[in-house]
Design a protein around this ligand. Structure first.
Ligand code: AHM
Ligand code: MG
Length: 340
């Protein structure tokens, strides 16, 4: 039996018993591609290590006195929570030790960090963008928070880091999020459907719980901050008005990872429209909207930024913002029909 066959067998056996770790899943996937170098598994193991570390810190937040704001602000002039800083440093330290990662861009850092210049003949290196701790204002109330990541190939056409980072979402080779809730859930895609893993804290491993996540359709539910309704463009207002007479319910945590995870599991639509305060929308294209849109599409959903498919937006700035409509295909279509 070849190594590949042995790994496939292992996946088949353990999947039924819900005991495939993220590492064995990735190894088995890689074994399907003889040209694979193992570099992606190496990168993902840095992300899963960060996730375990951040999950442990969040769980002990009140005990370790890491709640509350720091003195500093991030590049968006928002007060940073102490755990924002810890999560950012954790990802930088874990990814920084991986030779396959050449550039890192974070919500918390103004400029991308160039870890190493690639040489011709190197394994094609990766660019990783992330929001280290999404929804961190919910930390103080023990609400769910998350990490979002997007992986691109280094664009060798130019040495300028911004050219490597500023690629449309269609170029992503992987994306995912980690939700630190009652359990720690890692949901990811490499363009071959969506896989969901749950951290078993007793053994310190992410275990596969769903090899092919599909978003349900036909759920009458929307998730948005309806307090801003008067400053949404008119089409969104008409959609919301329409839902009131059609048996909808509304759910909103205020942490994108938690809200999008709910929509992915239960169906419906997540929205963050333009507002007077944030005319382009509030959420960040490169490390919030794009990775979530890639996941949504891979799970059978849709993701638009108003009129355009989010993944096709040509980015101009690392921290640029966009409005967001994502979720079950028919519900996204319904929202879009009100925006015409
Ligand atoms: P953050 O990345 O600084 O935590 O902010 C992004 C968060 C999202 O998680 C969430 O969807 C949104 O901000 C909530 O915004 P609002 O409070 O305006 O509803
Ligand atoms: Mg965020």
């Amino acid at each position: 039996m070849t190594l590949e066959e042995a790994l496939q067998d292992e996946v088949r056996l353990t999947r039924d018993q819900n005991l495939t770790s993220i590492q064995s899943y990735l190894l088995a996937e890689e074994a399907k591609h003889p040209q694979a170098t193992g570099s992606f598994t190496w990168l993902l193991s840095a992300i899963s290590l960060s996730a375990k570390f951040i999950a442990a810190r969040c769980r002990r937040a009140r005990i370790e006195a890491v709640l509350g704001a720091t003195e500093g602000e991030n590049v968006h002039a928002e007060r940073q929570q102490k755990l924002d800083v810890i999560a950012n440093e954790t990802l930088l330290r874990c990814l920084g030790s991986r030779p396959v990662v050449s550039i890192i861009a974070s919500e918390e850092n103004e400029e991308p960090l160039i870890l190493r210049q690639s040489e011709p003949g190197d394994i094609r290196p990766y660019v990783v963008l992330f929001d280290p701790l999404d929804g961190s204002s919910n930390l103080d109330v023990c609400g769910g928070v998350g990490t979002i990541f997007s992986v691109l190939h280094h664009d060798r056409r130019s040495d300028a880091p911004e050219n490597s980072v500023l690629q449309p979402g269609t170029h992503q080779v992987a994306a995912g999020y980690v939700l630190y809730g009652p359990s720690t859930v890692l949901v990811m895609t490499t363009g071959n459907g969506v896989q969901m893993f749950v951290l078993d804290p007793s053994i310190g491993s992410f275990l596969l719980v769903d090899p092919q996540v599909r978003i349900p359709d036909g759920t009458k539910s929307y998730s948005l901050n309806e307090a801003y309704v008067n400053s949404f463009p008119e089409g969104y207002q008409r959609y919301l008005e329409w839902t009131k007479n059609n048996g909808y319910s509304q759910r909103y945590v205020g942490t994108m990872v938690a809200d999008v995870h709910r929509v992915l599991m239960k169906g419906g639509v997540f929205l963050y429209p333009p507002t007077d305060k944030a005319p382009q929308g509030k959420l960040r294209l490169m490390y919030e909207a794009n990775p979530m849109s890639f996941l949504m599409e891979q799970a059978g959903g849709k993701a638009y930024s108003g009129t355009q498919r989010t993944l096709e937006i040509e980015p101009e700035k690392i921290h640029e913002r966009t409005s967001v409509i994502m979720g079950s295909p028919s519900e996204v279509d319904r929202v879009l029909s009100f925006l015409q």
